[in-house]
Design a binder for this molecule. Structure first.
Ligand code: FES
Length: 94
């Protein structure tokens, strides 16, 4: 069953199963922050408000409690996240 990703102050969408959270947000044309895309730098951190994720590979970057690395996380349930920056589409604000 497909999981729903809800972004606080944004909108909800259903990601493709093979996408990481970062890839899913990019597929929605959202502006995202990242650097390494491999769990090393921590630049892609978002707040996990509720729901569960699994990592595609165990990340090395430190993440404070409640935060996850979008580049290597996949939802295993419906999730709600909060971005540490304004939610925007590449074509303009939502
Ligand atoms: S982009 Fe570097 S940890 Fe996700």
């Amino acid at each position: 069953m497909a999981n729903i990703i809800k972004i606080i102050d944004g909108f909800s969408f259903i990601p493709r199963e093979e996408h990481t959270l970062l890839e899913a947000m990019e597929a929605q044309q959202l502006v995202t922050e990242y650097q390494c895309r491999q769990g090393y730098c921590g630049a892609c951190q978002v707040e996990l408000i509720n729901g569960n994720i699994k990592y595609t590979e165990e990340p090395i970057a430190f993440t404070p409690k409640g935060r996850i690395l979008a580049c290597c996380a996949k939802p295993t349930s419906d999730i709600t996240i909060e971005l540490p920056y304004p939610v925007k589409r590449k074509t303009g604000e939502i």
